[in-house]
Ligand binder design. Structure first.
Ligand code: 5GP
Length: 119
């Protein structure tokens, strides 16, 4: 996948506090925050605060391990809070795959019975 990491991408700015976000939890390595254009109620994003990986292909296995642990935490928290009927965990690599922000992230998207998929 072509290109290099842009340190001024939106999520890097969120990590640095240069643009606001609604944080769900955070530690030294990871940040979970609300998606600004949610596909459903409770749509969260989980990112690394330290990695400069744009996508899952570039990430260190250790980073992926930390991220997936945080994804599980986020999925459990949102399930407990909002009682969805299902939860999508997904991510995209490269613009043709649907990626729009080039800082590795996982989506956690609650799904509710009878609600259409998509935005
Ligand atoms: P991608 O398509 O790259 O996997 O997803 C990027 C996600 O970032 C989209 O779901 C989009 O709604 C979200 N997003 C874009 N800009 C912002 C922003 O400024 N703040 C937050 N919280 N989410 C954003």
């Amino acid at each position: 996948l072509n290109g290099t990491y842009d340190p001024d991408n939106i999520f890097a700015k969120i990590v640095r506090g240069e643009i606001p976000s609604v944080k769900v939890f955070e530690d030294d390595e990871v940040l979970a925050f609300m998606d600004a254009f949610p596909q459903s109620k409770g749509h969260l994003l989980v990112i690394s605060k330290t990695s400069r990986a744009r996508n899952v292909l570039e990430a260190e296995p250790k980073t992926l391990g930390r991220l997936i642990g945080a994804v599980q935490k986020a999925a459990r928290a949102v399930t407990q809070a909002l009682k969805p009927d299902g939860v999508v965990v997904t991510q995209f690599n490269g613009a043709p795959a649907g990626q729009t922000v080039f800082h590795l992230h996982f989506h956690v998207i609650p799904r509710y019975e009878g609600e259409a998929l998509g935005r």
